[in-house]
Design a binder for this molecule. Structure first.
Ligand SMILES: C[S@@+](CC[C@H](N)C(=O)[O-])C[C@H]1O[C@@H](n2cnc3c(N)ncnc32)[C@H](O)[C@@H]1O
Length: 277
């Protein structure tokens, strides 16, 4: 059994996967920038921190087909889905498995060639404090690579935080609207990782995502930033509906649909840090 942290938001893999195309793109961009591994005589050992439903973890096997890849996550719901959909032998003869772990305390339990994390470290306070121990756990020439959203001042996220802090909602969800915001700016990641002796590549991109359907930004956020609020209100269907209606109206005004869909700009920050060989 995977253990449950009662303070953590519950995740809904099905809701999260509804936008898997747009969510996968940054990971592919990250993966493409990871340097070749120095030693190809043995299969690579790879960790994916905050692996979610495993669909992104599985993409790592396209790059390193015979690798042993382990996805770590805090959410029993996500791990169950990942296990069901992806665990086992990979097409290239590698191996994929999933284990419970809190990234806040995770330390490499064996030497890794690559440690990756996609769209997860924003939920982990003080994650930069773990960089030293993660890099220590890499083999020489190995890489730590991660991507975090950098759009917390965008209307979708700012409006959520503001709504949570209104008198109507403050007592019930006041501290939930910004619970996931734990990122540094790109230059700070660059400095931290370079200070640790890595050859470091940091960049940012804003994807102008064209979403389809009614209230697509609300649908997107239901899979991620809204999780803490939905978790806090989960025993009160009426309050959930009222909160969602208010937030939906704010989002409709901020992201009006256009003739081809709803443009939802999304800034993301990337870091690839290679340990000396
Ligand atoms: C937005 S999803 C990203 C999932 C996957 N990496 C992807 O790119 O599709 C964030 C994931 O981080 C996980 N997570 C959040 N806090 C965590 C922590 N402290 N330790 C491990 N995983 C965590 C969540 O359970 C969730 O599966």
């Amino acid at each position: 059994m995977h253990s449950v942290d009662s303070a953590a938001p519950t995740w809904d893999p099905q809701q999260y996967l509804r936008h898997s195309g747009h969510r996968t793109r940054p990971f592919l961009d990250l993966l493409a920038r990871i340097p070749h591994l120095p030693d190809r005589r043995r299969p690579a050992r790879i960790a994916d921190i905050g692996c979610g439903p495993g669909n992104v973890t599985a993409l790592i096997a396209d790059r390193w087909p015979d690798a042993h890849i382990t996805g770590f996550d805090l959410s029993p719901e996500m791990l169950e889905r990942a296990d069901k959909d992806w665990a086992g032998t990979t097409a290239g003869g590698g191996w994929l498995d999933f284990r419970p772990a809190d990234a806040a305390h995770w330390t490499p339990d064996e030497p890794y060639d690559v440690i990756v994390s996609n769209a997860a470290l924003q939920w982990v306070p003080n994650h930069p404090e773990s960089f030293a121990v993660w890099i220590d756990g890499l083999r020489p020439g190995g890489t730590l690579a991660f991507q975090v959203p950098g759009n917390f001042t965008s209307p979708s996220h700012a409006l959520l935080g503001e709504l949570c802090e209104t008198p109507e909602w403050r007592d019930r969800v006041g501290d939930q609207g910004r619970r996931y915001v734990h990122i540094l700016e790109p230059a700070d990641y660059l400095q931290r990782l370079t200070d640790l002796g890595c050859e470091t590549d940091v960049w940012e991109t804003t994807y102008i995502q064209l979403l389809q359907g009614e209230d697509p930004v609300l649908d997107w956020v239901k899979g991620t930033a809204l999780r803490p609020v939905l978790t806090a209100l989960r025993d009160d269907a009426e309050a959930t509906e009222a909160f969602l209606a208010q937030y939906r109206d704010l989002l409709r005004a901020a992201y009006p649909p256009g003739p081809h869909g709803t443009a939802f700009p999304f800034r993301r920050i990337f870091a690839v840090a290679r340990k000396g060989a």
